[in-house]
Ligand binder design. Sequence first.
Ligand SMILES: *[C@@H]1O[C@H](CO)[C@@H](O)[C@H](O)[C@H]1NC(C)=O
Ligand SMILES: *[C@@H]1O[C@H](CO)[C@@H](O)[C@H](O)[C@H]1NC(C)=O
Ligand SMILES: *[C@@H]1O[C@H](CO)[C@@H](O)[C@H](O)[C@H]1NC(C)=O
Length: 301
Amino acid sequence: MESPTILKFTISLSFFCMLLLFASTLNPVFGLKNCNFPAIFNFGDSNSDTGGLSASLATIKPPYGETYFHKPAGRASDGRLMIDFLAKSLGLPYLSAYLDSLGTNFTHGANFATYASTIGLPISIIPAGTFSPIYLNVEYSEFVQFKFRSQVLRQKAQRDSYGCAKPYNEVAQYFNHKLKEAIVQLRKDLPLAAITYVDIYSVKYSLYSKPKEYGFELPLIACCGYGGIYNYSSSINCGTTITVNGSQIFVGSCERPSVRVNWDGIHYTEAANKFVFDKISNGAFSDPPIPLKMACHKIKT
Ligand SMILES: *[C@@H]1O[C@H](CO)[C@@H](O)[C@H](O)[C@H]1NC(C)=O
Ligand SMILES: *[C@@H]1O[C@H](CO)[C@@H](O)[C@H](O)[C@H]1NC(C)=O
Ligand SMILES: *[C@@H]1O[C@H](CO)[C@@H](O)[C@H](O)[C@H]1NC(C)=O
């Protein structure tokens, strides 16, 4: 008489457990999207070293790597590691080891893990001893340097040799390229209209690339502004009065606006505007190449 009751109890208990499983694994993520992880930065030992120690202190030899890479790949396995499968599942390339100087690419992160790494200071280190000298503290300081140096490089890779912001100028050039294409189409669509394309970008750029040749100086620095290396701050406008260390300062004009390009940080001086106009007025930067005064005429190009 007892057994059916016990059985019943068991059944209902296991059912309850399943519900709990559903509750704990499915409900919290219900309706959530996958995360867009742009990069992985990994710390650890041989379980996730993708080539750090092998590139620096003790090369990993065959048959390591035989199953997947078909050659040693710096990993302590015949193939890939969990970190590789994780990277793959996130749509990222396999992680380059920070210490590897050949064929590496850190666009999607870096791997600071090294074989035989410890958390605390190792008592004996490779090559004479057992452990990696790159223990967790060193991995961390490598990461700090990586972060700092990649930011410095990025700021540099982002400016051209004249100090102009490359990515923004690339957008401007792309816009102009597309504008030119649109104009070809517009001329077809509006056969009676005279449409002139004027390349102001090139003329303005020459003010930054060879200012002295045209009688200008300090092209990147605001004539009327305050602060920073460009004499400009977005919160301190030309023509305002500010208080610095208790004294009042009027944000006014520089001594010779006539030799300056940048007026207030975001606009050109009259001298620069006149220079650009003089350059474009004769049609040298126009398509079709006719003076602006004659731009009403349709010229076959
Ligand atoms: C590095 O990887 C990124 C993304 O996978 C790629 O766009 C870039 O061209 C690579 N850089 C080099 C130098 O191979
Ligand atoms: C304001 O005072 C600080 C501290 O005395 C000084 O370092 C700084 O140069 C001063 N700024 C100006 C613009 O005088
Ligand atoms: C910076 O702006 C001030 C006005 O706030 C001006 O007096 C000064 O000459 C400017 N500096 C340079 C280098 O143009």
